[in-house]
Write a protein that binds this ligand. Structure first.
Ligand code: UD1
Length: 424
């Protein structure tokens, strides 16, 4: 895999444009399955996950044509119903085809993403919800197999406001017979985006943006053209980068109303955040102050920002407590930060971060998208060179990351993977 070589010390300054949200577009692509014909998505980010999701749809019999920030998906009258392990294991989000396929084809066979099983943490709420809507769901040979000649509306109470379960159930309920009520639903802007596309397709949804969604099923939906909401996590990444490097960055396309908590934390850290035409601007002229963070479902502080704020606190003045409530194993990244000289201790859901003046460049590994971005930002405030390997994780979520960083004044290079002859 390629790696990034990040030379620390630059102050980021200038403008950066934010593309459409990965966490939205993948579900919008799945939602296209609900209607025969050609759905057009715009403001589509040029990232690896969109390519993989496109392949999932192609193998279901759809025609998928990528253009400049757009994707056209032509869905046949009778799409296939199987999503293979070789694709699903690469993006967990491909589980989003489960709901639409059962609703549209009466059956779905979708590989379990690694580590998940019926009843265990991971997909239990997706499964329980579909069962409430009248589907039978079994797990066989590493696949979830759902069948329902006709889904029927029902009341579903989610134990936790799961983003993925809310989306799968929304899409399934859109074509179910009767009314479905999803209580304790997730409220993320990406869910609102999905509701808005489904509504344009002819779905009857009320309560959009609230934790109770009511869906009155219809017989059929029609294809639409829809612009993907901008990526709040990417926008927030640029804001954190500006603060860490004591820079001045204007985030075009960034929507402050989707970023209230993280931007407020950056202000507490000492930044100035202002609304400007087409986005917002983040200015910082001092070492950041430590800020505590507690992750929660939206509108709480997003777990996807946790690695970025943990990174910020490693160079802040003071000590911060980071509490992770959404995902259990999101601390792998800490070992990499420690390689850069960070002072972090974890205990259960908590990490205590003692800030230091500067980190020290070293080779590190990106284990997931946000941790990967967090390591690049840490490299920007480390002395010497930080070599981030396995950057295909970063490619999954950040469009043109190196080019955008370079345009803001960072010294970052992409290097092709090095052959290791001793391995052959
Ligand atoms: C989505 C986002 C991810 C973000 C997360 C939380 C995408 C592609 N990914 O992931 O970036 O970090 O929301 O905001 O949109 N859980 C269960 N049972 C279930 C479903 C979930 O126990 O049936 C647990 C998960 O293991 C996890 C927590 O609930 O601990 C949150 O999961 P969920 O909100 O579903 O996240 P995703 O949709 O997977």
């Amino acid at each position: 895999m390629d790696r990034f070589l990040v030379s620390g010390g630059a102050r980021l300054a200038g403008q950066v444009e934010v593309s459409g949200a990965k966490n939205s577009v993948l579900k919008l692509m799945a939602a296209a399955l609900l209607a025969e014909g050609t759905t057009v998505l715009t403001n589509v980010p040029d990232i690896l996950d969109v390519t993989i999701m496109g392949e999932v749809l192609r193998r279901l019999g759809c025609q998928v044509v990528r253009g400049d920030a757009r994707v056209e998906i032509t869905v046949p009258a009778r799409p296939g119903h199987e999503a293979d392990y070789d694709l699903v294991r690469r993006i967990r989000a491909s589980i989003a085809v489960l709901g639409p396929l059962v609703a549209r084809c009466g059956q779905a066979k979708v590989a379990l993403p690694g580590g998940d099983a019926i009843g265990s943490r991971g997909l239990d709420m997706h499964v329980a919800g579909l069962v409430k809507l009248g589907a039978s769901v079994d797990s066989e040979h590493g696949y979830l197999i759902a069948r329902a000649p006709q889904l029927s509306g029902a009341s579903v109470w989610l134990d936790f406001p799961s983003v993925g379960a809310t989306e799968n159930l929304l899409m399934a309920a859109a074509l179910a017979k009767g009314t479905t009520v999803i209580d304790n639903a997730a409220r993320e802007p990406e869910i609102v985006d999905l509701c808005s596309m489904l509504t344009d397709m002819g779905a009857r949804i009320s309560g959009t943006g609230s934790s109770t969604l009511e869906v009155e099923g219809v017989d059929r939906l029609h294809p639409v053209e829809h612009a993907t909401v901008t990526d709040r996590i990417v926008a927030g990444t640029w804001a954190v980068a500006a603060v860490m490097t004591r820079g001045d960055v204007t985030v075009l396309g960034g929507r402050t109303e989707h970023l209230e908590m993280p931007l407020d934390k950056l202000v507490q850290a000492g930044a100035e955040v202002s609304q400007v035409a087409g986005g917002f601007r983040v200015q910082m002229d001092r070492r950041p102050r430590a800020v505590d963070v507690v992750t929660l479902p939206y509108p709480g502080f997003a777990t996807d920002f946790q690695p970025l704020f943990l990174g910020l606190n490693t160079v802040a003045e003071g000590t911060a407590m980071i509490t992770e409530n959404v995902f259990e194993s999101r601390w792998m990244f800490v070992n990499e930060l420690v390689r850069l000289g960070a002072e972090v201790r974890t205990d259960g859901h908590h990490a205590v971060v003692r800030g230091r003046e500067q980190l020290s460049g070293a080779p590190v590994t990106a284990h997931d998208i946000r941790a990967g971005a967090g390591l690049v930002l840490a490299g920007l405030v480390a002395d010497g060179v930080t070599e981030v390997s396995e950057v295909s994780h970063i490619d999954r979520g950040y469009e043109g990351f190196v080019d955008k960083l370079t345009a803001l004044g960072a010294d970052v290079r992409r290097e092709p993977a090095v052959e290791e002859p001793w391995l052959s």
